[in-house]
Design a protein around this ligand. Structure first.
Ligand code: SAM
Length: 362
């Protein structure tokens, strides 16, 4: 029996699996996880050229050259410095800084297309309409064919789409598994994309675009889904010589109820984590607001203490003057000094001040 220690650990290294687990990104989302499926595509069709739409960090691009491609066109209108550096290391990778679908007609037909750019009906439908007509011998792989973008458009920013190609959007809220409406605790673009407010209906979402494009191409294409990590789709023409063998080889993945169940569990847990994070941030903000309010109240209490001390002192002076006055009234000999008129004058000044303060409420 041969076990993979990275998968199982062993008696002397029982933490190997946990180590492997914590080295993964918290949310798997790159198509690089589909290495096994790409290997099957390359096994059943000779693939020399690849056109990858939507490249992001470029971590998938070199997989195609490792599997045998001699040229990969990496289409991304918004390349980062990291992407430029990654692609520059491999001369078989060529960055094309143009948006899809417009760019497709400018490049020669490829053997494999990987569509993972703008995840909305208008762009996907445009890409597929072009490819099903002009690249009938190609294999087309697609990402995000399942929740959340299967039946809801996402629009990368800045978008080139005209207003009528888009649904009503939200920038501040995103989808969650836990209810049907968007929420600020869901998959929110934070400025990099907006999402359609409503899911479903016509011309909305990646999967809806795939269904329509296939129907419009006389249903000549087969489409299967690997139900993991947001869903990988594979499209081949029904009469392609490699179609049956390729799709048969993919079947353990495409027919796996276990994979589908684990994906649903993953997105449910992840969006619960997003919600908990959101609530934790909101609680911390509340805490900060309370702390500020308490500090403000403390200053106010100190000011009132100061006022109270001053007024107590003035009251004390008044009491003493009053006592003096009483003594003078009882014993007129004392009245000669100090002058009773002066005392009364002082008394009325202090009393007037107190009355004014009381009127002003301070
Ligand atoms: C989900 S990421 C791609 C991830 C990458 N394929 C991976 O699996 O690692 C989507 C990328 O599509 C790019 N993009 C957005 N609109 C596009 C368009 N119209 N054409 C091509 N790429 C686009 C974005 O800049 C972003 O880098």
């Amino acid at each position: 029996m041969t076990l993979d220690p990275a998968m199982t650990g062993d008696r002397t290294d029982p933490h190997a699996q946990a180590r492997t687990a914590r080295q993964q990104p918290f949310l798997l989302h790159s198509m690089s996880v589909f290495h096994e499926m790409f290997k099957i595509l390359f096994t059943y069709k000779k693939i020399e050229s690849v056109l990858e739409v939507g490249v992001e960090s470029g971590q998938v691009s070199s997989i195609y050259t490792q599997l045998g491609a001699s040229k990969v066109y990496c289409i991304d209108p918004y390349p980062t410095t990291e992407l430029r550096e990654t692609l520059a290391k491999n001369p078989k990778l060529e960055l094309v800084e143009r948006p899809s679908p417009q760019v497709l007609a400018e490049l020669a037909a490829a053997d494999l297309y990987v569509l993972d750019g703008d995840h909305n009906y208008a762009v996907l439908h445009g890409e597929l309409t072009y490819l099903l007509k002009h690249a009938p011998d190609a294999v087309i792989a697609l990402h995000d064919v399942l929740w959340p973008w299967s039946r809801r458009d996402l629009y990368y920013e800045p978008t080139l789409l005209a207003g009528d190609a888009k649904h009503e959007v939200s920038f501040e809220a995103g989808p969650t598994i836990w209810h049907d409406e968007l929420t600020p605790a869901g998959f929110v673009g934070h400025g990099s994309y907006s999402v359609a407010v409503e899911a479903g209906g016509e011309r909305n979402g990646v999967l809806t675009a795939i269904e329509d494009a296939i129907a419009e191409a006389d249903d000549d294409w087969l489409f299967v889904i690997v139900p993991a990590v947001f869903g990988m789709g594979v499209m081949v023409r029904k009469d392609a010589p490699f179609a049956k063998k390729m799709l048969d080889a993919l079947k353990p993945y495409t027919s796996s109820k276990l994979l589908a169940m684990m994906e649903n569990n993953r997105i449910a847990m992840y969006t619960r984590v997003l919600q908990l994070q959101y609530e934790a941030v909101a609680a911390a903000e509340n805490h900060d607001r309370f702390a500020e309010e308490i500090a403000h109240q403390r200053v106010e209490i100190e000011r009132l203490h100061g006022d109270l001390a001053r007024q107590s002192h003035e009251l004390q002076v008044l009491r003493e003057q009053n006592a003096q006055l009483q003594r003078q009234l009882r014993d007129p000999d004392l009245a000669a000094e100090p002058n009773i008129g002066t005392v009364l004058h002082q008394l009325s000044r202090v009393a007037g001040k107190q009355i004014r303060k009381a009127r002003n409420g301070s």
